[in-house]
Design a protein around this ligand. Structure first.
Ligand SMILES: [Zn+2]
Ligand SMILES: [Zn+2]
Length: 356
């Protein structure tokens, strides 16, 4: 039997609200009472992703306040009535994910929660004080399907399972094979996770970035080659490395529309180009449709992740197959959330984590 806990009404929790452009503050709001069929998670750590930065900077237009945050880890504090789970108990350490899809639309019902028709990071989730994905609150009340158990690592490492789950989805969609060459454009957090997972899958990674320090890290993570397009002719280098074939795979992890055009300079016959990153600002680009036909190139996209991706991200972190420590740039208590957001917006960090 599950341990069921009914919490006292009237207690409070801390929520970090983004209240306007460049503004964030901690407020004391009502703590959710665990509803029937739900799980109440005490959030311990939440990463700051690009989406939160864009809300904070006013790039994503929205009504304020917003309680953002979608990279969360904590422990189960209460299990609601009618949760018929033999798998979960109070105190279990869990990553919270896949909270935004509706779970009833066609993509959701076919196991593709990452492509939910009603996916929105700006709806109000149950128990939250306002719109937003809710991870910047001390408590989240979620469906049992939205918690994923993890082991052995700290919450600040575990909360990065969400970005890892998205990269698992991307890499698995492109499906690198042993001995193939994969160009990973961008050696930020997402690019480095792509590098790491492609290496795990037996591909020869060519990591590309203007930042030498980040390229150094890519090398440590197993990239066979690193390439600074500011210093070398990237297309010529890739042709040289691949003995004239061009790359089997190109992953674009940068937000620049133009970069997708350059991916066509790197890709070889039967190659796959993955557009992983959200494109901002979004502009039309020129591509050569005949080349897609004649070289049998596949142009792919990937966004978000599903239950299955989360299960495996949690496992990879728990088993130490992916070490998140090199990507943690700063750990900030909730009271310093504004400083954490400002620091993230400099573009010089991998991940800043907020803790409760
Ligand atoms: Zn994220
Ligand atoms: Zn859906």
């Amino acid at each position: 039997m599950n341990e069921k806990t009914n919490l006292m009404k009237g207690s409070m929790m801390r929520s970090i609200l983004i209240t306007g452009t460049g503004e964030a503050e901690v407020r004391s709001v009502s703590k959710p009472v665990c509803a029937d069929g739900m799980i109440l998670v005490r959030i311990e750590a939440c990463g700051i992703c690009t989406y939160e930065q864009r809300i904070f900077q006013g790039i994503h237009k929205t009504d304020y306040p917003v309680v953002s945050g979608h990279e969360t880890a904590g422990y189960i504090e209460a299990i609601g009535k009618d949760v018929h789970s033999e798998e979960l108990k109070v105190g279990d350490r869990v990553i919270v994910g896949v909270t935004l899809p509706c779970r009833t639309c066609y993509p959701c019902r076919t196991g593709n929660q990452q492509s939910c028709r009603h996916f929105s990071a700006l709806k109000q989730l149950p128990g939250q004080p306002c719109i937003g994905s809710g991870g910047f609150s001390e408590y989240m009340m979620v469906l049992p399907q939205s918690v994923f158990k993890y082991y052995h690592v700290s919450p600040v490492e575990a909360c990065l399972a969400e970005p890892l789950s998205c990269v698992i989805h991307s890499v698995e969609t492109a499906d690198p094979q042993f001995g193939q060459t994969a160009v990973v454009i961008g050696a930020g957090f997402m690019g480095l996770l792509h590098t790491l997972l492609c290496v795990r899958r037996g591909a020869c990674v060519i990591a590309m970035d203007f930042n030498e320090e980040r390229l150094e890290l890519a090398k440590k993570l197993g990239a066979c080659y690193t390439l600074n397009p500011g210093k070398a002719d990237a297309a010529a280098e890739i042709r040289r490395i691949t003995h004239g074939e061009g790359a089997d795979l190109v992953f674009d992890t940068t937000p620049a529309a133009k970069t997708v055009e350059t991916a066509f300079d790197y890709i070889g016959k039967l190659g796959k180009i993955m557009i992983y990153s959200g494109i901002y600002p979004n502009q039309p680009i020129q591509i050569n449709p005949h080349r897609i036909h004649s070289d049998s190139i596949q142009l792919l996209g990937s966004a978000n992740s599903n239950d299955r991706d989360f299960v495996r991200a949690a496992a990879m972190i728990s088993y130490g197959l992916v070490d998140m420590k090199p990507f943690i740039s700063g750990i900030y208590p909730a009271e310093q959330a504004k400083e954490a957001l400002i620091s993230s917006c400099t573009g010089k960090t991998f991940r800043n984590i907020i803790t409760f």
